[in-house]
Design a protein around this ligand. Structure first.
Ligand code: ATP
Ligand code: MG
Length: 442
């Protein structure tokens, strides 16, 4: 039964192929006996930028649909279709909305996730169904918004709004308020008939994974770099991940922590590689032969060299880091410039202008935060000086490195690198559903 809530806690979706379109509608006041088809049905997800991509549109759309299917694996999906700029998911049997939303919330390129009811083609049936559906709900004012993408329908969207709005008014006693309504009733008319919804949750936005080239992200166990990876994935980039460690001087458990972070990220893009690169020999060489104030910057230069070599192996054409301007001494603009000299690849820093609190908010949204805050010992904390240089010049670092056999140190670290293939992403319950998902149904 529908209960007195706006949406039942467990929204269900049914197959468009299996269920006949309900044209007649139930009789007024019979909400407790509504046929199953009037329970919350399918899920529509909207797209925005994807529909703007001119010549590439088909390719983008195919990627998006494939990504939606991958995210829904294990749920009873009957079909995934693309009516217009939307993605319509139909399930063969009831699925809790929170599950569908959690999974669709990992598909970049989706803008809004909407639990919809199918109301059939007949306007009379739509009016009756809405009257029955809305009567008794807690609101005093409403707005009815209709989008009409089936231009063959004999009425305009404004005419439909007037007519259906009148029926809602008569059935509920609500008054129309177009600027600040208590509730908004949405109707969409397309080739499949009328669709109805009142609430939606935000999708993750961005562009479909796999449409933005390939990159290699330097993934530490901290808060920032997983967010940097997530943001580049959001722009469609496919990433492989590189982690540097100082085992056995640091706890090997920190590698598992990084792998857990990578598994969360894999939910957003599918399987990826995680290279575990030993940095300890390099760090020992730097500590014994180079000026103390440059240690962290020299570690960083080696990281970029090693990541560049791995990027070649992974066919990546960019590096990604979680650096944010001024966050720590190594992240002054002078230091960033002096370090990045050693790579020809572009170093993408999606967090460069982002405040820490905003990064934390994004980490919570992505589902990496709770793992990131577990205690761990980052290799960069190894013998870090009290007064690191804040304005290093490239020539200073070049001079320091003359004391080292850079090529041999890089060669050895690459030889000892372990590449893990992450095929098993994090369990779904570690991935937060989009904000507001729980409220639908209360
Ligand atoms: P994070 O939360 O990402 O660790 P941070 O503020 O601690 O960020 P730093 O430790 O200065 O920053 O590192 C800056 C960037 O260098 C990281 O965001 C990451 O991209 C890279 N990096 C640092 N340490 C490692 C590591 N052990 N393995 C891989 N990348 C690293
Ligand atoms: Mg760090």
């Amino acid at each position: 039964m529908m209960g007195s809530s706006w949406f039942p806690a467990c929204l269900v979706a049914s197959s468009i192929a299996i269920l006949p379109p309900p044209c007649g509608g139930p009789s007024a006041g019979s909400r407790a006996t509504l046929p199953a088809v009037y329970e919350l049905t399918r899920v529509i997800a909207t797209t925005h930028e994807v529909s703007l991509k001119g010549g590439n549109r088909r390719w983008f759309e195919r990627r998006l649909t494939a990504n939606v299917r991958r995210a829904l694996e294990g749920l009873p999906v009957a079909s995934v279709t693309r009516p217009g700029w939307r993605v319509l998911v139909s399930f063969a049997e009831p699925v809790p909305f929170v599950e569908a939303a959690r999974r669709l919330g990992t598909v970049f390129g989706l803008n809004a996730i909407i639990p919809v009811e199918h109301l059939g083609h007949d306007l009379g049936g739509v009016k009756e169904a809405l009257a029955a559906r809305l009567r008794g709900m807690p609101a005093r004012t409403f707005a009815l918004r209709c989008q009409r993408s089936d231009k063959s329908f004999p009425m305009t969207s404004v005419e439909i709004e007037r007519e259906v709005g009148g029926a809602v008014k008569a059935a509920t006693g609500w008054t129309v308020d177009l600027s600040r309504p208590d509730t908004t009733v949405h109707l969409l008319l397309d080739q499949n008939g009328f669709w109805f919804w009142m609430r939606s949750v935000p999708g993750p936005g961005g562009l479909p994974s796999g449409t933005g080239g390939r990159g290699c992200c330097l993934l530490s166990g901290g808060i920032d770099s997983p967010v940097a990876a997530w943001l580049m994935m959001k722009r469609g980039m496919r990433l492989d991940l590189v982690h540097f460690h100082s085992v056995p001087r640091t706890d090997p458990a920190s590698l598992e922590k990084v792998e857990d972070l990578a598994r969360v990220l894999a939910r957003y893009q599918g399987p990826c590689r995680l290279a575990m690169v030993p940095l300890l020999s390099i760090q020992e060489a730097v500590v014994s032969r180079c000026p103390e104030e440059y240690r962290v910057l020299l570690y960083r230069r080696f990281m970029l060299r090693l990541a560049t070599a791995l990027a070649g192996r992974f066919r990546s054409t960019a590096l990604v880091t979680g650096e944010s301007l001024g966050q720590v001494a190594s992240q002054t603009v002078e230091n960033l410039a002096a370090v990045e000299r050693v790579t020809e690849l572009p170093v993408l820093r999606p967090l460069i202008g982002t405040d820490k609190q905003d990064i934390v908010d994004l980490a919570r949204r992505a589902g990496t935060y709770e793992i990131s805050i577990l205690p761990h010992f980052d290799c960069c904390s190894y013998l870090v000086p009290d007064r690191p240089a804040t304005k290093a010049r490239p020539a200073d670092l070049d001079a320091a490195e003359r004391e080292l056999d850079v090529d041999e140190l890089v060669r050895q670290a690459l030889q000892d690198t372990e590449i893990r293939k992450l095929r098993e992403p994090a369990p779904w319950d570690e991935i937060p559903p989009p904000p507001g998902t729980e409220e639908i149904g209360e």
